[in-house]
Design a protein around this ligand. Sequence first.
Ligand code: HEC
Ligand code: HEC
Length: 157
Amino acid sequence: MKKIISSVRLSAALLVLGMSLPSMADKPLMPSNVLTAYQTECASCHMAYPPALLSKSAWQKIMGGLDRHYGADASIDTITQRQIGIWLQTQAGTYKRVEVSSPGERITTTQWFEKKHRKIDKSVWSRQSIKGKAQCQACHTSADIGDFEDERVRIPK
Ligand code: HEC
Ligand code: HEC
């Protein structure tokens, strides 16, 4: 009897957290309540990446160096910077093993990224219709909601 109660408690707790164990992998990665400032400030040069794709410390580094942002100047006012930084770090690092390592604070240098995309030829990334690995939405048609399921992939010519 005690066992049953505690397993009921566990499922209730998971429900509260908005997840159930078997379906976790299929859930779109973008939180449903995206911070407005994140959309306006961080989705003009590339898509707004789901926070879950990088670790807390990677987001912290990124937000601390926006004036030298992968060769671009992405600096914003201090208040907005702080607000976005806190939001990203709160939502960080839940996708598979992203917490391991992301050299240069990139999603595209993580081991899982390289593994999942190893079959894609180098020449594909440089296509005019794609413009590099960081442009997830070029191939992942539902990337904006953080849905990277295989069925929604279409590589443009
Ligand atoms: C002025 C343009 C610009 C703005 C604004 C901008 N970025 Fe970027 N970002 C870039 C460029 C350029 C790259 C490198 C893309 C590449 O290598 O193909 C990049 C790359 C990234 C990457 C790494 C992508 C990868 O390769 O895995 C992350 C993460 C990122 N940006 C986060 C942010 C966040 C967070 C913000 C908002 C605070 C932001 N960016 C705003 C230009 C910008
Ligand atoms: C050139 C097109 C292309 C670009 C750009 C691209 N991907 Fe992919 N992605 C693919 C393909 C193709 C697969 C593998 C689909 C398969 O295995 O059938 C894949 C697989 C994935 C998977 C695994 C999905 C699963 O169900 O296992 C994830 C997660 C993913 N990509 C995320 C990203 C992110 C994040 C970015 C941007 C930083 C990105 N991809 C950029 C083409 C692309």
